[in-house]
Design a protein around this ligand. Structure first.
Ligand code: AMP
Length: 558
């Protein structure tokens, strides 16, 4: 090696470079440096230490940088060419990194005009990296260590994955008699358009147009001819819909979209579903309160896409019930649903759900005939199961969320899903209550101040049931009497107060394991319901000398 000429000009670019690493990048950079008029030693083999150069550039695999850095001659600035690594791999040395954002094949690389990620441990080292990149025709940008993985992943998607996609296109194209050479001009024009115009303007084709029929036919062809690429096709349809803006993004929640037809709902959910997004459904009749919002938040926490349905279902109201008076305020509900993280508010008109000629009902027998079924009539639960079955068919959620406040409804829905093998998981969540214990309900809005004060009777009745069980009472009849007695001072008489099996809603005579005590009562203009789980403890009932458990609203064990 010739004697080092130390430069004293202000140009920070190293004049003499030693390039260590004889792979593709080492060769390509050595050629580019020579072409740029720099003195180059190399590319040198791994034993070389680069002594005598202004700077040593390590063009070795990522896993070998630290060892190569340790073996490098002391003195020169030390650089590496990894896109993914920070500067720490250089040890305590003053150094830099320079990663050309360009693909390098055995035929070499054209660095002119490409980007380059640079960084330096000192201003001098960074300046050297920037100057060297510029000298090679690269446009340097400083990428900090914390951004390296994201930078490198973006480069992989832009380059490596594009090749993977084109390979898939080529494979499918070959089955239809089209070659790589015939696809290549399309690829070049597409990439040019994307670079010049941005993704949305560059996007053409059936997904962007929302032409689902064509996409379906394409999918069938992929499934038949290159089934190994079907998942890739599905994922790309979903991602492409998101770019085109005609689908619900599969990732973070965006603004709430109100949808009124089953067709638009299907179109909006198709992309995310194909992209593997999980879909959560929260069925409601609106007039949303914190009880509903707790379900939406749970859906937001556990699902990728959250659909809240808002439909006051006429089929579940009896002729003398409050269908007409039921509170409706879609604008307020949309705001509340969005604030809890919903992506879609599905608010169909009655005619969309029950079009002319609608002739099907879904009915669960047995457990629908008791309590709410007995009080409100058989049509009530048939209305519920029919509309829930329809909503499950429309949304096709992975999970549907219900409130334990309507425990019998949740049990009926579970039974329907089980009996019909519907592919959905039903999650029931605890009752959300006002500070005094009253279960939140859209119908609480009917209560004037006096009735509101009396409405706490239901929770007090349940408190009495819990206290009785905690005190050793096991007779359902005695517990039911305790509920009615606790409600009486409020001037509220239970329509029913019943201890039942939590799954079958069969009456329970003696409590031996968890049971549900459910209560319904008319309070002024509002018919209210509530329930709680009674858990008998194993120990013997309290004797005369032992204190009974305190009564109070206590913890809700729903
Ligand atoms: P609704 O709008 O009354 O049909 O209720 C829609 C869903 O919200 C049902 O699954 C209810 O059980 C649930 N829900 C209603 N009130 C509450 C509440 N206070 N706490 C938790 N969930 C509730």
């Amino acid at each position: 090696m010739r004697e080092l000429e130390r430069h004293d000009s202000p140009d920070p670019c190293p004049r003499r470079l030693a390039i260590i690493g004889r792979g593709r990048l080492g060769h390509a950079l050595a050629a580019a440096c020579a072409q740029a008029g720099l003195a180059v030693d190399g590319p040198l083999g791994r034993g070389a230490d680069g002594a005598g150069a202004d700077a040593i550039l390590l063009c070795v695999p990522d896993g070998e940088i630290a060892a190569a850095a340790a073996a490098a001659a002391p003195g020169p600035l030390l650089g590496h060419c990894s896109g993914a690594s920070g500067l720490d791999v250089l040890g305590a040395r003053e150094g830099f990194s320079l990663h050309p954002l360009m693909t390098v094949t055995p035929a070499g690389a054209d660095f002119a005009g490409a980007g380059a990620a640079v960084d330096g441990t000192s201003p001098r080292a960074l300046a050297a990296a920037e100057a060297l990149a510029t000298r090679l025709g690269l446009a340097p940008a400083r990428i900090a260590a914390s951004d390296r993985a994201a930078y490198h992943a973006a480069a992989s998607v832009a380059s490596n994955f594009l090749v993977t996609l084109e390979a898939a296109a080529e494979r499918l194209g070959t089955t239809a008699g089209i070659s790589r050479a015939q696809l290549a001009p399309l690829v070049r024009a597409t990439v040019e358009n994307w670079a010049r115009l941005g993704p949305q303007a560059a996007l053409t084709g059936p997904v962007a147009r929302g032409d689902d029929a064509t996409v379906r036919r394409q999918r069938e062809a992929v499934a038949a001819r290159t089934p190994e690429h079907l998942d890739l096709f599905d994922a790309l349809v979903g991602a492409t819909r998101a770019v085109a803006g005609n689908g619900v993004p599969a990732s973070a929640p965006g603004p709430l979209r109100t949808i009124r037809t089953v067709a638009s709902l299907r179109a909006a959910l198709a992309g995310p579903r194909r992209a593997g997004a999980t879909i959560g459904l929260v069925p409601t009749m609106g007039a949303l309160h914190d009880g509903h919002l707790s379900l939406i938040r749970r859906a937001r926490d556990t699902c990728d896409v959250v659909v809240v349905s808002l439909f006051v279902n006429p089929a579940q109201f009896g002729p003398a019930e409050d269908l007409a008076a039921y509170p409706r305020d879609e604008a307020r509900d949309a705001q509340a649903a969005a604030s809890a993280g919903a992506d879609v508010l599905f608010a169909p008109a009655v005619a969309e759900v029950y079009p002319a000629g609608f002739a099907t009902t879904v009915a669960v027998s047995g457990l629908t005939e008791r309590l709410e079924g007995a009080s409100r009539g058989a049509a009530h639960f048939t209305g519920v199961t029919t509309v829930v079955a329809k909503l499950l068919g429309m949304v096709q959620p992975d999970v549907a969320f219900f409130g334990h406040k309507d425990a019998q409804q949740a049990a009926v829905v579970r039974r329907m899903v089980r009996d019909l093998d519907l592919p959905v998981r039903i999650e029931a969540l605890p009752t959300v209550r006002e500070p005094d214990g009253l279960a939140m309900s859209s119908r609480n809005a009917y209560l004037g101040p006096e009735d509101r004060a009396r409405a706490i009777a239901l929770r007090r009745g349940l408190d009495a049931a819990e206290a009785a069980v905690a005190g050793g009472e096991r007779s359902a009849a005695a517990i039911e009497a305790a509920v009615a007695a606790a409600m009486a001072p409020f001037g509220v008489e239970p329509e029913y107060a019943a201890v039942v099996d939590p799954d079958t809603f069969e009456p329970v005579g003696t409590i031996a394991r968890d049971a549900l005590v459910a209560v319904a009562a008319q309070v002024g203009p509002a018919r209210l319901i509530d329930n709680t789980v009674l858990t008998p403890r194993r120990e013997a009932p309290a004797g005369p000398g032992r204190p009974k458990a305190a009564t109070g609203s206590g913890a809700d064990r729903d």
